[in-house]
Design a protein around this ligand. Structure first.
Ligand code: CA
Length: 221
């Protein structure tokens, strides 16, 4: 488990590094906001511990930017004051949880474990309405019905579910689901959406994958 710590207060930063390393986490600690943002952007962490008041870029700004980039790494904010405004601002910015300074390390450790657990559960099963997709088992279910998918259908459905509610163009889907050297036409997307609809739609229920005329497809609402 890799944790990024962004904290400018040297003593707290060192304390966090030392204690988290002792707990078995792989820790990278930085003091500067912008550096922290860049690290979070280019490297894959399992969790980010983020101070609010930081030099060059605030914790709130980092949080908002990462969420805008669809970075799904859980963020635990360390807020300096016990002010409702700070906590609300943190959660509004997309933080998954917050802890008010000063805090006991045992409490921080417990919050981390809870966030990491939530993350690993969330990652294996995607859900949209009564449709769920289990990435570990490579299996879809709609209500009580199990649906068998080919590898390509699985990848396509996974991509649509991860972007549920968003309209995706054929080219976007093609780039995400087909290999880079695929040189066929984007009509292949239509063909596979058709296969998927045959498998996942239930008679008498609204189709889950919508065609957005002239644009592409969207799954869900
Ligand atoms: Ca600070």
């Amino acid at each position: 488990m890799r944790i990024l710590v962004v904290e400018d207060e040297p003593r707290l930063r060192e304390l966090l590094s030392r204690n988290l390393t002792r707990e078995g986490y792989q820790v990278e600690a930085v003091e500067d906001g912008f550096v922290g943002f860049e690290r979070a952007k280019v490297s894959q962490f399992d969790l980010i511990l983020l101070d609010v008041m930081l030099p060059t870029m605030s914790g709130l700004e980092i949080c908002m930017r990462l969420k805008r980039l669809k970075n799904s790494t859980p963020i635990l904010m360390l807020t300096a004051r016990d002010s409702v405004d700070d906590r609300v601002a943190g959660l509004d910015a997309g933080a998954d949880d917050y802890l008010v300074k000063p805090f006991a390390f045992v409490e921080l450790a417990a919050r981390l474990r809870a966030l990491l657990r939530r993350k690993s559960e969330g990652e294996t099963v995607l859900r949209v309405g009564d449709l769920s997709l289990d990435a570990a088992r490579r299996e879809a279910t709609r209500g009580a019905r199990t649906i068998e998918l080919t590898a390509r259908e699985f990848l396509l459905l996974e991509h649509l579910m991860k972007n549920a509610g968003r309209v995706l163009t054929r080219d976007q889907i093609l780039a995400a689901v087909w290999p880079e050297d695929f040189d066929g036409s984007s009509n292949i997307v239509d063909t596979y959406v058709h296969y998927l609809r045959d498998k996942i739609d239930t008679k008498g229920k609204a189709p889950l994958i919508r065609t957005v005329r002239g644009v592409g497809y969207a799954l869900g609402a």
